[in-house]
Ligand binder design. Structure first.
Ligand code: B12
Ligand code: SF4
Ligand code: SF4
Length: 397
């Protein structure tokens, strides 16, 4: 078919065939949006910037590019929004309950990294379109380009925004990865869905750092961002991190729309081998070698920040565990080659001593011995703060 001037009914037919093909290649949700400018989003992004809540370092910084589909593909007429479902129910706890010394990986980063996975499927859709609609151009985006993936998906009718700012779909709740194909084909659009939430505020109430207000996220306070940042984690967030190793799902876990979410049909996004169902042993992570890190985390979306980031978060989780069995690993971490690990080990020993006073004398001795030999100013600061906290607690008891 020549589609440069194709009648509406041919385009409607092509759209139906395109949707059937998308499902066949493992795209679970697909909808079409017109490629009009995202004017309301432009206002929202400006307002967010004025509040100091963005841009987040992981998002495309230029607002004018983000809201104009003509900058994503000159001549764009439609945007095909797609989603891949990724929810795999948690493994049942062992008969003697879950051990305290376990970390926790957000569900989005337990299986195969969605960036190449979704991009490869969108690329197949591009090739299909090239064959069916010669003379047209198409380009695929996942996550890292200028498009606002959630706003595109909302306009294409595959879901609606929740107050937690995630896109909620009827079939899979919020557990979907999003991407799009922008095309010069004027495919007829789908209908957006009615708004969500009503008077519910469960996600806002559940957020451990107060990062959420209605439909707004302060990304600087979001644990998803904080667990992924490099270097020293600001002290105010360390206790709130709990046992999180990468990402945070609390606002999604409490969302009523997720209660009936269908599980993902894709085994490739189930927890990777070596990740113990997404709740790996913290002691095992502390002893992990470089090649083990690459084997366990390399194919997931939790691998890109490197081994030190995961081990730093494991150190914080050991401190937050309050389990005396964490002590030897934390004392050993005080002598790590990495300044970042040593700094957080100091904090974690102070935290462990507070939660488990029986280990306070040993923790104090280890902190004092390290202070004696430590050269790095940032670590000395943490050692002094931890010693002060332990002494203040001991004084109070
Ligand atoms: C930067 C980024 C982050 C940052 C900042 C997140 C944020 N909310 O801004 C951090 C690192 C914190 C993050 C965290 C997460 N992210 Co992220 N992230 C992105 C990225 C790359 C850009 C997001 C962005 O542009 N933010 C700027 C904000 C303002 O835009 P927005 O998110 O579209 O927000 C809209 C709403 O706020 C809405 N809005 C504002 N006011 C109002 C008022 C009303 C009434 C309504 C209805 C709407 C509304 O309009 C805004 C503009 O469209 C996108 C991929 C992409 N290119 O879009 C993934 C993306 C949003 N992330 C994703 C995921 C999975 C996550 C996490 C769940 C991961 C995790 N488990 O740890 C968390 C969720 C945290 C949360 N509650 O949002 C998915 C979302 C899938 C989904 N179903 O929604 C995306 C789409 C990646 C993908 N391609 O699949 N992320
Ligand atoms: S991901 Fe966690 S920290 Fe971020 S908004 Fe949701 S509940 Fe809050
Ligand atoms: S938890 Fe409640 S308020 Fe938050 S997104 Fe879900 S329905 Fe909306």
């Amino acid at each position: 078919m020549s589609t440069t001037q194709a009648p509406q009914r041919d385009l409607a037919q092509l759209k139906q065939e395109m949707k059937a093909y998308a499902l066949e290649i493992g795209l679970d949700l697909v909808g079409v949006a017109p490629a009009d400018p995202f004017l309301q989003e432009a206002e929202r992004l400006e307002a967010r910037r004025a509040r100091g809540h963005g841009p987040n370092p992981y998002e495309h910084p230029a607002i004018d590019e983000r809201v104009d589909p003509q900058r994503w593909l000159p001549g764009a007429r439609a945007i095909i929004a797609c989603g891949i479902a990724y929810y795999h129910p948690d493994a049942p706890p062992p008969p003697n309950g879950r051990a305290a010394l376990r970390g926790w990986l957000s569900r989005y980063c337990r299986g195969l990294d969605y960036h190449p996975l979704l991009h490869a499927r969108l690329q197949r859709l591009v090739e299909w379109l090239e064959e069916r609609a010669p003379g047209h151009r198409h380009v695929a985006y996942v996550d890292t380009g200028p498009p606002l993936d959630r706003a595109v998906a909302e306009r294409a009718g595959i879901g609606k925004f929740g107050k937690h700012t995630n896109l909620i779909t009827r079939e899979y709740g919020t557990w979907v990865f999003l991407g799009e194909v922008v095309t010069t084909l004027p495919l007829p659009p789908d209908e957006p869905q009615p708004p969500a939430c009503g008077s519910c505020t469960l996600c806002i109430d559940a957020c451990p750092t107060g990062a959420l207000t209605e439909w707004q996220l302060d990304s600087n306070r979001c644990l998803s961002y904080i667990t992924q940042m490099k270097g020293i984690i600001p002290a105010e967030f360390r206790a709130a991190m709990g046992n999180r190793l990468f990402g945070c799902d609390d606002c999604q876990d409490v969302c009523p729309y997720n209660r009936r979410a269908r599980p993902s049909p894709h085994p490739e996004v189930a927890p990777a081998d070596g990740l113990e169902g997404g709740e790996p042993s913290l002691l095992r992570l502390m002893a992990m070698t470089g090649s083990e890190f690459r084997r366990w985390f390399g194919s997931t979306a939790a691998g890109w920040r490197g081994k030190t980031t995961i081990q730093r978060n494991a150190v914080i989780a050991l401190g937050n565990s309050g389990d005396p069995a964490a002590l030897p690993a934390l004392v050993a971490a005080l002598e790590s080659e990495s300044e970042v690990i040593r700094a957080h080990a100091a904090w974690a020993l102070g935290r462990l001593a507070r939660l488990s006073p029986a280990v306070a004398p040993e923790a104090r001795a280890a902190l004092a011995a390290q202070l004696h030999r430590e050269q790095a100013a940032a670590v000395r600061l943490e050692l002094n703060a931890a010693l002060e906290a332990v002494d203040a607690d001991t004084g109070r008891r």
